[in-house]
Design a protein around this ligand. Structure first.
Ligand SMILES: [Zn+2]
Length: 368
């Protein structure tokens, strides 16, 4: 039985032999002395000094909403204490206990909804609800001067009942400690990294709120528009192959709603045309290189009106209960009626396969 010592009290803790799950850089265990907590033990022989200082700053600057411990509402794996081994090397940290079997990867909600008679696993309103909860969480983090930076589906789980997100890599985010020193984020996925940062090749420690606001909009766009990345596009010339997504992102040409003067068009299964004007304007601001991107709280306020009980802005589609529609008809039905060309169908499966291959949509948590 592995034993470690708590930093705060010098109390010894004894881990159960079998880990609950594997995270990308460590294992999560229950331990005998406290059934309301878990311990993450890193794979490394010792935590780097800089990372240890960051964990201490996180423990001392716990955001108020992170401590609302209810098994269904916890949204951050926030450190509450650190642990070291017999020879004094820092090996990991303590978090509040989570029932991980109550969660699913966010990537499950990025799959496009089709017109199959069988209802989709998650309907459009649920995707909207996830987008709202995600914006609300990010707004809370930003109010507490925390930047997530590495926003992408692989670090986000969703509670099966509430569809609230849980960030599984809280120790990677960027925080400000009481001494006003900022501890930076560790990485940033290129698929969610803003084009200006990609072109300038800024390292994660130079990224801040503007990067978060960009990535929030990408994830909301994917949830609302059938899993499509906002820079994903098809050449209008049917003899040309679609360019690589990275080059489209770097060129930063957001063609959704603006494709008339462009050589590109949105993929045929995009339902962006059916969004209301206010939603379209927010996306246009997020992906234009000249305008100020909407903040998390702006998204939160905007999305709230689609998920409230008495909302009239998003209505169930009369033909398919998995679909929902804004004011101008059901986009999913309309696009399906037009039928996808063979080229679009090929591109749809290719883009899905490449997102799986790149590993960005798969959760970084593996359950035992
Ligand atoms: Zn429909």
């Amino acid at each position: 039985m592995k034993q470690f010592i708590l930093k705060s009290s010098n109390q010894r803790i004894s881990l159960y032999d079998k880990a609950i799950c594997r995270l990308n850089d460590g294992l999560l265990y229950s331990y005998i002395e406290d059934n309301k907590s878990l311990v993450k033990i890193y794979n490394y022989s010792q935590i780097e000094l800089k990372h240890g200082k960051k964990l201490i700053a996180m423990i001392e600057n716990r955001p108020p909403f992170a401590s609302e411990f209810e098994s269904n509402s916890i949204q951050l794996m926030w450190p509450t204490d650190m642990v070291f081994d017999e020879v004094g090397r820092y090996k990991g940290y303590i978090i509040d206990k989570l029932n991980l079997q109550d969660y699913i990867p966010l990537s499950h909600l990025l799959a496009p909804i089709g017109n199959s008679k069988k209802p989709a696993a998650y309907n459009y309103r649920q995707k909207m609800l996830v987008a709202y909860h995600f914006a609300a969480l990010m707004s809370n983090l930003h109010q507490n001067t925390i930047h997530l930076i590495n926003i992408n589906p692989s670090i986000i789980l969703l509670n099966k009942k509430s569809l609230k997100p849980l960030l599984i890599a809280s120790d990677e985010l960027s925080i400000l400690d009481k001494g006003r020193k900022r501890f930076s984020a560790l990485s940033c996925n290129w698929l969610y990294c803003s084009p200006d940062e990609l072109v300038l090749s800024k390292s994660p420690d130079r990224l801040g709120l503007a990067q978060d606001n960009y990535a929030i909009a990408v994830l909301i766009f994917q949830l609302l528009n059938q899993g499509l990345h906002p820079f994903q596009a098809m050449p209008k010339n049917s003899f040309k192959l679609p360019p690589k997504l990275l080059s489209l992102i770097k060129n930063q040409k957001f063609i959704y709603g603006y494709s008339s003067g462009s050589d590109f068009r949105p993929p045929a299964w995009s339902i962006h045309d059916f969004f209301d004007d206010e939603t379209k304007t927010l996306f246009a601001r997020a992906f234009s290189d000249s305008e100020e991107r909407p903040s998390a709280s702006e998204w939160q306020l905007h999305l709230k009106k689609y998920i409230s009980e008495n909302n009239t802005s998003l209505n169930e589609c009369s033909a398919h209960p998995s679909h929902y529609q804004f004011f101008n008809g059901c986009g999913i039905c309309a696009k399906q009626e037009l039928g996808l060309t063979l080229r679009d169908r090929l591109f749809k499966s290719m883009s899905y396969l490449s997102s799986i291959k790149s590993g960005f949509t798969e959760s970084r948590i593996k359950f035992y």
